[in-house]
Ligand binder design. Structure first.
Ligand SMILES: C[S@@+](CC[C@H](N)C(=O)[O-])C[C@H]1O[C@@H](n2cnc3c(N)ncnc32)[C@H](O)[C@@H]1O
Length: 436
């Protein structure tokens, strides 16, 4: 096995162009099947995963406790290792199930017959009903979406339905009255809504065909590397729904963790839950995962409130004391704030405490000497920078996890909200690498 020093050197030799992902192909890794918020650039992670996998024993296993659109899992599959991911957002589960599934060419025929069946639909009955549906969808859009969703439900192939639901989710994103420029739900101005002429069916056909192409291309990359046997990936794949703060549901022990956690609580940073709220209205939970045990559609904010940092802590002072003891950077950030600012910044402490618990849960699922790769960005609170990178290093240090190196990258391709609560340095991201 190479020494930690050799690994550090090899990681530090990765070029800035590779880290910035300037030369990456946007269609790679089926990245375009849906525009999930704050997706990683797979080629960036690829360079790191490649270096680390080569220094791990055979049968390496990777876990991502904040899986999102599963860019990490799919990247790792190219290196023939076991992969496992978890997320609290049901839409992330669905996307990840589709991206990690190996579809056969049969999907082309299935999709064409589905299109024929949709084109023969005549019923104008709505297939989804929820509060304010007329605010978020024009009536003719509702009719077409319902015709598509009824046709999907008629298929008896669960993994084909999952593919179609992800396609429909992207169609919903593009045809609802919600603005696509932010992840928070904001309705477009009425004149603009009236002006827009949209056909969900046309979008569905176009996006579906492109996604099939991307998924089959991904499969051929794996095939060329000898990683597909009997139309299945040769190693284990786990895609689990669950709150990583409560624990990781994975049944295995892993020797590599690669993740990008949220930047802060979902409600004030990236609202993954709000982004998913409208698509999830149309998709039956029974087609996603039957372990999902919360009423994620009760209000727009439910998923974000249940995510990291989303809930108030009853034992706030205890949390503060314990976190400040672990991170002097967090303490000094707080010491500089006045009373009113401190009140606003309490969410940072609650978020970081949740993150700290998730780190402990993750360490429980890692073998000794496992590598951990965390991509983090700094955010602003009260116009002051929260140095998530330094804080994470201090939290890891308090758990005796050794820091190997940090790599820096410019954010070029990641979609970020246009709101101003990100730090200027947010144009840079840090990739922190540790060893248990
Ligand atoms: C930055 S994204 C991950 C992006 C991912 N690496 C990708 O490339 O698509 C963070 C993810 O953390 C998830 N998340 C937030 N709180 C969580 C929790 N308590 N348990 C599990 N996942 C959570 C969000 O739903 C979101 O999908």
């Amino acid at each position: 096995m190479p020494t930690t020093n050799l690994i550090k050197k090899s990681l530090e030799s990765i070029s800035i162009e590779t880290l910035n992902g300037t030369n990456f192909n946007k269609n790679d890794f089926a990245r375009k099947i849906i525009n999930y918020p704050a997706m990683m650039v797979p080629s960036v992670q690829e360079s790191i995963i490649k270096h680390l996998v080569s220094s791990l024993p055979n049968n390496a296993s990777l876990i991502d406790p904040f899986m999102g659109a599963s860019s990490t899992l799919v990247t790792a599959m190219k290196y023939g290792i076991n992969v496992s991911g978890q997320d609290i957002n049901p839409l992330s589960i669905l996307i990840s199930q589709v991206k990690t599934n190996i579809y056969t060419d049969n999907i082309i025929e299935q999709f064409n017959s589905l299109l024929t069946s949709i084109s023969r639909s005549w019923s104008i009955k709505p297939d989804a009903q929820f509060k304010n549906i007329n605010k978020w969808f024009k009536e003719d859009v509702q009719v077409e979406l319902s015709q598509i969703s009824r046709a999907i439900k008629r298929s008896d192939d669960l993994y084909f339905r999952k593919f179609c639901w992800v396609t429909l989710a992207e169609v919903i994103r593009l045809t609802s009255n919600d603005r696509t420029s932010t992840f928070k739900m904001h309705v477009r101005p009425i004149e603009e809504i009236n002006r827009r002429e949209l056909s969900p069916m046309q979008y569905f056909e176009k996006i579906g065909k492109r996604s099939i192409n991307d998924l089959l291309n991904l499969k051929s990359v794996l095939q060329e590397k000898g990683l597909i046997e009997n139309d299945s990936y040769v190693r284990n794949i786990e895609v689990k729904w669950g709150d990583s703060k409560k624990g990781l549901v994975s049944e295995r022990i892993h020797n590599l963790l690669v993740t990008s956690p949220p930047y802060g609580d979902n409600q004030t940073t990236v609202t993954y839950g709000q982004f998913s709220y409208l698509p999830l209205q149309w998709i039956p939970v029974s087609d996603i995962d039957d372990t999902i045990d919360f009423d994620y559609l009760s209000v727009i904010q439910t998923i974000d409130k249940n995510s990291l940092g989303g809930k108030k802590a009853n034992n706030y002072s205890e949390i503060e004391e314990s976190l400040f003891a672990k991170s002097k950077t967090l303490k000094s950030f707080f010491d500089k704030l006045n009373k009113e600012e401190k009140y606003k910044a309490m969410k940072v402490v609650v978020f970081l405490n949740d993150l700290d618990i998730t780190i402990d849960n993750s360490l429980n699922k890692l073998s000794d000497e496992a590598y951990l790769v965390w991509t983090v960005g700094n955010r602003n609170v009260n116009n002051r920078e929260v140095e998530n990178d330094k804080i994470l290093r201090e939290l890891m240090n308090s758990k005796r996890v050794s820091h190997i190196t940090d790599l820096k990258r410019d954010i070029l391709a990641k979609r970020m909200p246009e709101k101003n609560n990100f730090s200027k340095t947010m144009s840079k991201e840090k990739i922190l690498i540790f060893k248990k």
